[in-house]
Design a protein around this ligand. Structure first.
Ligand code: GLU
Length: 289
């Protein structure tokens, strides 16, 4: 099967070396074997996405010689497709509307003696899961709301699932630990989890290359693939880049952006070539875990 990989940045900031590490690996996985390398701009967060970040992303990739196949996909142009996927889950009774604010959830979690935690902190206490159907219908009509997966039901419907990870081997999916995650945000109409699952399938992606910080999310994506009858790609969750102080690049302040390196006249193609050989600029390394 032809390898189809992708790079899927969110244009909410400039790219840094960690992104270069990911993009070069995705490109290198597909291209030497006659495969395709796709680019998807994950701009569902209209409040934080900026056209100037998109322009910088395109310039950074060109600077590194990472040309992509076909047109760039923009998630902001695909809202009807996400709504259709959500409708299927609604029809199957696998999602429910949630009216809670962050403050409501924090209050509820603080009040409970043993709030279970997932990979992103305390899991949703399912407050809106138990609303009476008539109350729910009335509030949906007049209040802003998110849509959450009914995780217990979804896991029961889907049965046992697994995926293949190039680094971790066969992984048994365990989405339940993350609770009733949001599939459609109040403000955006869709969430990362639903958009990425729909789009990887729509683009025919066979190999997802991304950082280990998204490993836990793959449990949810695998479940959504099963519920929406979509294929499961192979996953390559690579270690994250760290600076000399051992801190993750994404959270570091002062790590140079690719744009800054480009504008300083550094050689992007040489950088990509170094990365292809597993070498990083001085002062940068890979996190061990
Ligand atoms: N858009 C996500 C990010 O920039 C990555 C999505 C993915 O690779 O699945 O963190």
């Amino acid at each position: 099967m032809t390898c189809i990989s992708r790079f899927a940045p969110s244009p909410t900031g400039r790219l840094h070396l960690g992104h270069a590490w990911s993009a070069v690996q995705a490109h290198a996985l597909a291209r030497p074997r006659g495969g395709r390398f796709l680019l998807r701009i994950e701009d569902i967060d209209q409040g934080r996405s900026r056209p100037e970040h998109v322009a910088a992303i395109l310039a950074d990739l060109a600077w590194m010689g990472l040309d992509h196949d076909g047109p760039v996909m923009f998630q902001s142009q695909r809202m009807p497709l996400y709504a259709a996927a959500l409708d299927r889950l609604k029809a199957a009774g696998l999602v429910y509307p949630c009216f809670c604010t962050r403050a409501d959830i924090a209050r509820e979690v603080a009040a409970s003696a043993s709030a279970p935690h997932g990979s992103d902190g305390p899991i949703y206490p399912r407050t809106c899961r138990t609303l009476a159907p008539d109350v729910r219908a009335e509030r949906v009509a007049r209040e802003p709301h998110a849509w959450r997966i009914d995780m217990a039901r979804a896991v029961a419907v889907a049965g046992p699932l697994a995926w293949e990870d190039a680094h971790a081997g066969t992984v048994a999916a365990d989405p339940g630990a993350q609770g009733d995650v949001v599939l459609a945000r109040k403000d955006a109409g869709v969430s990362y989890h639903l958009a990425v699952t729909v789009d990887d399938a729509a683009q025919g992606v066979t190999d997802v290359v991304r950082g280990r910080d998204l490993f836990a999310a793959t449990h949810i994506h695998r479940l959504l693939q099963a519920l929406l009858a979509l294929p499961t790609p192979r996953y390559h969750h690579h270690p994250l880049l760290v600076g000399a102080d051992g801190a993750r690049l994404a959270k570091r302040h002062g790590a140079p952006s690719l744009e800054a390196m480009r504008l300083a006249g550094e050689d992007g193609r040489a950088l990509a070539e170094e990365i292809r050989h597993g070498r990083l600029p001085l002062g940068f390394g890979l996190a061990s875990a």
